[in-house]
Design a protein around this ligand. Structure first.
Ligand code: SF4
Length: 239
């Protein structure tokens, strides 16, 4: 017999649903930036089953794992709906590669941020244009930076509200929900990839390492954000 949702988790899922519905009520057009990680399976399920007014997009940086494309396809087949896939601007990408090479992001923090800016941040800005709020799957547990986040906050960088309905979910609760609802998930999670980004910038973690240790592992921990959740802004917000 399959795993059932506990009462606590069911209540948490209802709270997410209510928070998203309230965001639609309050901010009008709301969009979810779907990372295709484990949290994204939960949010996609709740949105498409209960709050379909929330639009969903995902950024294809051009450097994703094959497993990530597979889970995108599985989601679309399961719910018979399409996720809007946003790509980097072709000319900007050509200029970046001409300047730093295809894997220039390993050379310096500046080069890495330039790549993230063109492959992720700029497509993200295009995708959220015209919306009153964007939804993210970040959880407090994921990093010291994310522990400071609020369920709803004004995103000064992008000029719209940011809604984080999974902030207080534990990793175990995410997986309980995935198992109970028999949701698809990125198979890299079975190979010690708790956090998944671009293929060249993500690796499996070792026992005892933090769950984001496999992201930009060659950098100092404090720089390991992609620009969509900039650390600098959050440090400033705490001051
Ligand atoms: S994660 Fe790596 S490959 Fe992806 S956009 Fe950032 S630097 Fe480029």
């Amino acid at each position: 017999m399959g795993e059932l949702l506990t009462l606590e988790l069911e209540q948490k899922a209802v709270a997410v649903r209510e928070q998203l519905a309230a965001a639609v009520q309050e901010y009008g057009r709301v969009v979810y930036s779907n990372s295709l990680g484990a949290e994204a399976m939960v949010l996609t399920d709740i949105i498409w089953m209960h709050v379909p007014a929330v639009d969903i997009f995902s950024i294809d940086t051009g450097r994703l794992h094959e497993e990530t494309y597979e889970v995108l396809e599985k989601l679309q087949r399961r719910y018979k709906r399409k996720i809007r896939v946003v790509h980097p601007d072709a000319q900007a990408l050509e200029a970046l590669v001409a300047d730093q090479g295809v894997n220039g992001f390993y050379d310096s923090l500046e080069a890495r941020m330039a790549c993230c800016r063109i492959r992720k941040v700029e497509p993200f800005k295009r995708a959220i244009a015209g919306y009153g709020a964007w939804v993210t799957g970040v959880r407090r547990e994921q990093s010291a930076t994310r522990a400071q986040a609020k369920p709803v906050e004004w995103d000064t960088d992008y000029g719209l509200h940011k809604v984080s309905p999974l902030l207080d979910w534990t990793e175990e609760q995410i997986w309980q929900y995935i198992r109970a609802r028999k949701l698809p998930y990125n198979l890299l999670h079975d190979r010690q990839f708790p956090s998944i980004g671009c293929q060249p910038c993500t690796r499996a973690i070792q026992p005892g390492e933090s769950r984001r240790a496999g992201r930009w592992w060659w950098e100092q921990p404090e720089s390991r954000e992609c620009g969509l959740h900039p650390r600098i802004r959050q440090v400033a917000a705490q001051a």
